[in-house]
Design a protein around this ligand. Structure first.
Ligand SMILES: Cc1cc2nc3c(=O)[nH]c(=O)nc-3n(C[C@H](O)[C@H](O)[C@H](O)COP(=O)(O)OP(=O)(O)OC[C@H]3O[C@@H](n4cnc5c(N)ncnc54)[C@H](O)[C@@H]3O)c2cc1C
Length: 500
């Protein structure tokens, strides 16, 4: 059994949380603040699934206005501010631009919507910092838009969103703090089934995915944040309001980035998505594309045809940009529950499903989270149900831990292999990761940079015995059949790794 913090010897708890994504991380963190003795069980690396694949936008609520969900808008704004306040090092404000092409009606409607946004979030601290740079840069935005679309934007409606520089670090911070305050977060331990007797939850049966050792964890409450088909959870899952599953896809593209703004592009034909072009470490990330799917498997990958469809959609929206399949250097994807077009997003209490029996609550709760900005609030509401009498202690704030200085290992530096391998092994132990690629995501942006030298990591992986999956990169390569090593490996310079 591996994990962050202490590995528990006794297997009896107040609460078991299944799943180490952002929902589980917020849940165990809240449980810790409520003074519960909790354990989080994750089948892989913490945050390896959907939580690492997001477009990284902490939505401030403006997206809910098209459905006139003012309450959801207000809550989202407050949650965005919570993330920005709590993780100032890992979040930043980015200006969003929504182009108005020619209709005065559209422009007035967009301005009116912005006015409604201001009113519905009145009195709240916003996560984004308002800047006054828009006017001085307006000409640049007009030019960039013309270059990408071949048409002129009559105007732009702009607002601030908050983006996460590293979702993985945010998540790990929450887990680490929970561990520092006495709880346990264990990974590579998969929950197989529930222990459910006499109409009540007694715990879960799990196994170590590497060694196969079986465990029985006992607790009167289990919160399932894994959306997994765990035997025993079906009863609850069949009670969830049926919402369609969507395969959500982001493309990481090697294209000139926009000047630190997020450009919103409206779909041009029925079935197209509204696409956001966001800058990230020298790349352009386009998302989120949605495809209807029957699967709820979070590791789902888009097919080759679906990737081609994404590129075609992009070219319909930004025809002059001439996106090509070969521009794709990474794919981020996962299956998500989504609300139907025009349908209202479920209220938060409806996203928490408590299995009821004749005797009252059975102790099994399934949480179906849709956004980062709902995870923390969902956790608070769930914990309030589990421990209504408990007093919640004050959140002591972020635990900072030293970041590994990856710059020393950057291309063109000569590093003794053995030293690098030892350092990485220690880091992986500290972080409880087995995938070198997950470690690089967590402690650096190295893997996402333009000068990323994939072969270096592969070599180090061999040396350390750690696996390197480079999922997003290799997935793109596999389905496109066109991603050569040359596109991911820096063009110049010898390997910085040297045999000692
Ligand atoms: C392409 C894409 C773009 C997105 N963009 C955004 C965005 O810009 N902003 C935003 O707010 N949201 C975005 N989202 C949505 C957001 O990423 C998800 O809502 C969020 O990550 C859900 O977190 P989670 O913890 O519920 O699920 P996950 O992160 O998927 O975590 C579930 C965890 O449960 C574990 N698990 C499953 N079964 C078991 C088991 N039996 N035992 C132990 N562990 C188990 C899994 O290993 C996994 O780690 C995006 C999603 C995708 C796919």
């Amino acid at each position: 059994m591996t994990g962050l913090g202490r590995i528990p010897e006794k297997h009896r708890f107040d609460l078991i949380v299944i799943g180490g994504g952002i929902s589980g991380a917020c849940m165990v963190h809240e449980a810790t603040l409520y003074g519960l003795n909790a354990i989080l069980l994750e089948a892989g690396d913490f945050g390896h699934a959907n939580s690492s694949n997001s477009l990284r936008i902490l939505h401030g609520g403006i997206r809910y206005l098209s459905r006139l969900q003012l309450r959801a808008c207000r809550q989202s704004c407050a949650e965005q501010a919570w993330f920005a306040r709590r993780f100032p090092r890992y979040t930043r404000s980015v200006r969003c631009l929504y182009p108005i092409e020619n209709s005065l009606g559209d422009y007035l409607a967009a301005r009116a919507l912005k006015g409604v946004y201001r009113v519905s979030t009145w009195g709240l601290t916003r996560g984004g910092t308002e800047t006054t740079e828009m006017d001085s840069r307006r000409a640049n935005y007009h030019r960039a838009y013309r270059e990408m679309t071949g048409t002129d934007a009559a105007n732009f409606v702009d607002w601030e969103e908050v983006v996460m520089m590293s979702p993985a670090r945010i998540l790990i911070q929450l887990l680490k703090q929970s561990c520092l305050l006495g709880n346990a977060c264990v990974n590579y331990t998969q929950v197989d089934r529930l222990d459910h007797r006499d109409g009540r939850i007694r715990g879960v049966y799990a196994h170590d995915v590497e060694h196969g050792t079986e465990y029985h964890f006992e607790a009167p409450f289990v919160v399932n944040c894994g959306a997994a088909r765990i035997p025993g959870c079906e009863v609850v899952q069949s009670r969830l309001p049926r919402s369609p599953q969507s395969l959500a896809v982001n493309l990481v593209l090697r294209k000139p980035v926009l000047e630190d703004v997020i450009l919103v592009g409206r779909g041009r034909q029925a079935g197209d998505n509204t696409i956001l072009l966001t800058p990230r470490n020298g790349h352009l990330v386009a998302g989120t594309f949605h495809f209807a799917t029957e699967h709820s498997d979070r590791s789902s990958q888009p097919s080759s045809n679906q990737l081609i469809e994404c590129v075609q959609q992009l070219n319909r929206i930004f025809p002059q940009a001439e996106f090509e399949r070969d521009n794709i250097v990474g794919v981020e994807s996962g299956a998500l529950p989504v609300s139907r077009r025009g349908e209202r997003i479920p209220r938060l209490p409806d996203q928490i499903h408590t299995q009821m029996t004749r005797d009252g609550k059975s102790g099994l709760i399934t949480v179906r989270n849709m956004k980062y900005t709902t995870a923390h609030r969902l956790a608070r509401k769930t914990l309030h149900r589990i421990a209504p009498q408990a007093t919640r202690r004050r959140d002591p704030g972020p635990v900072e831990y030293e970041n590994f200085d990856w710059s020393a290992y950057h291309p063109n530096r000569v590093i003794p292999r053995q030293r690098l391998a030892e350092t990485l092994k220690t880091l992986c132990r500290q972080e409880a990761v087995r995938q070198l690629s997950d470690l690089t995501l967590r402690r650096t942006e190295w893997g996402r940079e333009a000068s990323f030298r994939r072969q270096d990591l592969v070599e180090v992986a061999d040396l350390t015995g750690l696996s390197f999956c480079g999922e997003s990169l290799s997935a793109a390569g596999a389905v496109m059949g066109s991603l050569s090593e040359a596109t991911t490996v820096a063009a110049s310079g010898e390997s910085p790794i040297q045999t000692s």
